[in-house]
Design a protein around this ligand. Structure first.
Ligand SMILES: Cc1ncc(COP(=O)(O)O)c(C=O)c1O
Length: 245
C-alpha cells in the first residue's frame, strides 16, 4: 500500500483551519450582549488588542474588510481622497468600497519592490488647497503587504509615513491583517509597529479577528457621517451593517 502523502497547503494563510483546542475555546467562550458592552469575551479581546498595539481602545469587527471599511468611513467625508497602493487590499479586493460605500476616491500609487509606497510619490500625490480638488484625507498602508509577496514593512518606514501624513493633516491607516507577522523580522512589538497610526487593524488569520484602535474617535466620526441611500450588492451591504449611522 502506498504511504499517505502529507503536504502543507501554502496557497494562503487563509486556508488554515482551527485546531480542536481552538474550537473548544470558541464553544466554551462566555458570551453576552455586545451592544450593552456585556460580552466578556469581546471586552477582553478588545482590551488585549488595545494593550498589544499601545492604543487607547480597540473595536472588535467580524472581518478584515469590515475593519478597513469602518476606518475609511471614520476618517473621510464624501469627496475625499485616499492615497493607497495599487496592490493594496483596500484598493483591489474590497469591491471598490472607497467609492461604493464611502463616497471617496482612491489615489493609487505603485509599490516599491520592498512593498512600501515611496514617500516622495506620496508627498507628490497629496492634493493642494484648491476648491477643484478632492481633499486628501488618508494615507492607507498595508503591513505585511500581501500582494507584494507578504513583505513586512519596518517601523522606521511607518514612522516616516506617519510624520509625512500628519504634517499634511492626513490620517494614517494601516491594514494590519498580518501585523503580527510583520513584527518578528523587524524584532518589534505590535505596539511599536502600531505607534504612528490613528487606526490600527489587526487580524489573526485574516478572517478571524480584527480590531481598530482609538475606537471612541472612530465611533464618533461614524456617527457624524451623513446618511445616504444604499444601492449595493447584498454581500457588500451585509458586511457593513452598522457603518451608516
Ligand atoms: C491584506 C488584507 N486585508 C484585508 C483582508 C480581508 O480580510 P477578511 O477576509 O477577513 O475580510 C485580507 C484577506 O486575506 C488581506 O489579505
Amino acid at each position: 500500500m502506498q504511504p499517505k502523502m502529507e503536504f502543507i497547503d501554502l496557497r494562503s494563510d487563509t486556508v488554515t483551519k482551527p485546531t480542536p483546542e481552538m474550537r473548544a475555546a470558541m464553544a466554551a467562550a462566555e458570551v453576552g450582549d455586545d451592544v450593552y458592552g456585556e460580552d466578556p469575551t469581546v471586552n477582553e479581546l478588545e482590551a488585549v488588542a488595545a494593550l498589544m498595539t499601545g492604543k487607547a481602545a480597540a473595536l472588535f469587527v467580524a472581518s478584515g474588510t469590515m475593519g478597513n471599511v469602518s476606518a475609511m468611513m471614520a476618517h473621510t467625508q464624501r469627496g475625499a481622497e485616499v492615497i493607497c497602493g495599487y496592490q493594496s487590499h483596500v484598493f483591489r479586493n474590497e469591491q471598490g468600497q472607497l467609492a461604493q460605500l464611502c463616497g471617496v476616491q482612491a489615489h493609487p500609487l505603485p509599490e516599491a519592490a520592498n512593498g512600501t509606497l515611496p514617500l516622495d510619490l506620496v508627498a507628490g500625490a497629496i492634493q493642494g488647497d484648491d476648491q477643484h480638488h478632492p481633499i486628501t484625507s488618508v494615507l492607507a498602508l498595508e503591513n505585511t503587504q500581501n500582494m507584494c509577496g507578504g513583505l513586512p514593512v519596518g517601523v522606521d518606514y511607518m514612522r516616516a509615513a506617519g510624520t509625512l501624513a500628519h504634517a499634511h493633516g492626513l490620517k494614517l491607516h494601516v491594514d494590519g491583517a498580518r501585523l503580527m507577522n510583520s513584527t518578528s523580522p523587524h524584532n518589534t512589538e505590535p505596539a511599536g509597529a502600531a505607534s504612528p497610526l490613528e487606526r490600527q487593524k489587526v487580524t489573526e488569520s485574516a478572517s478571524a479577528t480584527s480590531c481598530a484602535a482609538d475606537t471612541f474617535n472612530a465611533t464618533a466620526a461614524l456617527n457624524k457621517r451623513a446618511p445616504s441611500t444604499c444601492s449595493l450588492r447584498p454581500c457588500a451591504c451585509a458586511s457593513v451593517p452598522a457603518a451608516r449611522m
